[in-house]
Write a protein that binds this ligand. Structure first.
Ligand code: ATP
Length: 240
């Protein structure tokens, strides 16, 4: 069976600035793939390229074995790939419920929106109490829950989640990772970019370490040698 998502020899960046050099990785259906690496390694850029938010200059992105290189973001979302971006990017002037409704549009999930909303509310009871609250007034943790919930409204096949624990208090980080673990147990395919390496490794089926726009380590989650990971992680800073 073909992997759900394959990235092969990907090259991408921002205009004249190339960031990703020959990046290859594989995302298996129902698994959690964790991408770690120091600041500026190109993790977010990789997710953006997969979503069609920046052009691909070389290599390929395949879903179920079929190339999606050059696909527009809207079509990528419609194919079942969603990104829950760093910084949440919720609509601050809309209510919690309206933010969720926006999530149901791109994949044409409007018909199922009530059912999906109840599923999100069941997962995040805190959002129920705040359903009519303006999203811009939510706490950081609640905003992250809303961002994840909005992504789930698409009934995605793959969730790309960028730095969900960024700037959150430890108790809220616990809650976010509990939810990610639950999604994983339910069979969701997750690609998680996370600075909190120790937490992310606990839910990882496969781990990729990126460094300066390249994959420098790939290992099964239960076989990661932490000393080697840390040595490679900090190699760049040490050399600098
Ligand atoms: N819009 C942009 N225009 C030009 N360069 C950019 C842009 N966005 C990011 N970059 C550069 O691309 C490189 C990779 O950035 P990226 O955000 O992908 O790294 P990252 O691994 O996600 O880092 P972090 O963990 O800090 O979020 C960095 O050198 C960054 O300055």
């Amino acid at each position: 069976m073909k992997p759900l998502l394959e990235i092969e020899s990907l090259r991408a960046g921002y205009g004249a600035i190339n960031v990703l050099w020959d990046v290859s990785l594989t995302v298996e259906a129902g698994k959690t793939t964790v991408i770690v690496g120091p600041n500026g390694a190109g993790k977010t850029t990789l997710l953006r390229a997969v979503m069609g938010l920046i052009p691909v200059e070389g290599g390929d992105i395949r879903v179920d074995g079929a190339s999606r290189r050059g696909a527009k973001t809207w079509d990528t979302v419609a194919s079942g790939i969603v990104m829950i971006p760093e910084g949440r990017m919720i609509f601050p002037d809309m209510t919690v419920e309206d933010n969720l409704m926006m999530g149901a549009f791109p994949r044409g999930c409007r018909r199922d929106w009530k059912r999906n909303k109840e599923m999100v509310f069941e997962m995040f009871p805190r959002l129920v109490e705040r359903r009519h609250q303006i999203a811009g007034t939510l706490s950081g943790g609640e905003a992250q829950m809303l961002a994840i919930g909005r992504g789930l409204m698409e009934q995605p096949r793959v969730c790309l989640i960028d730095e969900p624990s960024l700037g959150l208090a430890p108790v809220v980080v616990d809650e976010i990772f509990r939810i990610l673990g639950r999604l994983r147990d339910q069979g969701m395919t997750i690609v998680l970019v996370e600075q909190n390496t120790s937490r992310a490794l606990k839910i990882a089926d496969q781990v990729y370490l990126m460094q300066s726009g390249k994959v420098v380590m790939s290992e099964r989650g239960d076989r990661v040698d932490l000393d080697r990971l840390h040595a490679l992680y900090f190699a760049h800073e040490t050399a600098a």
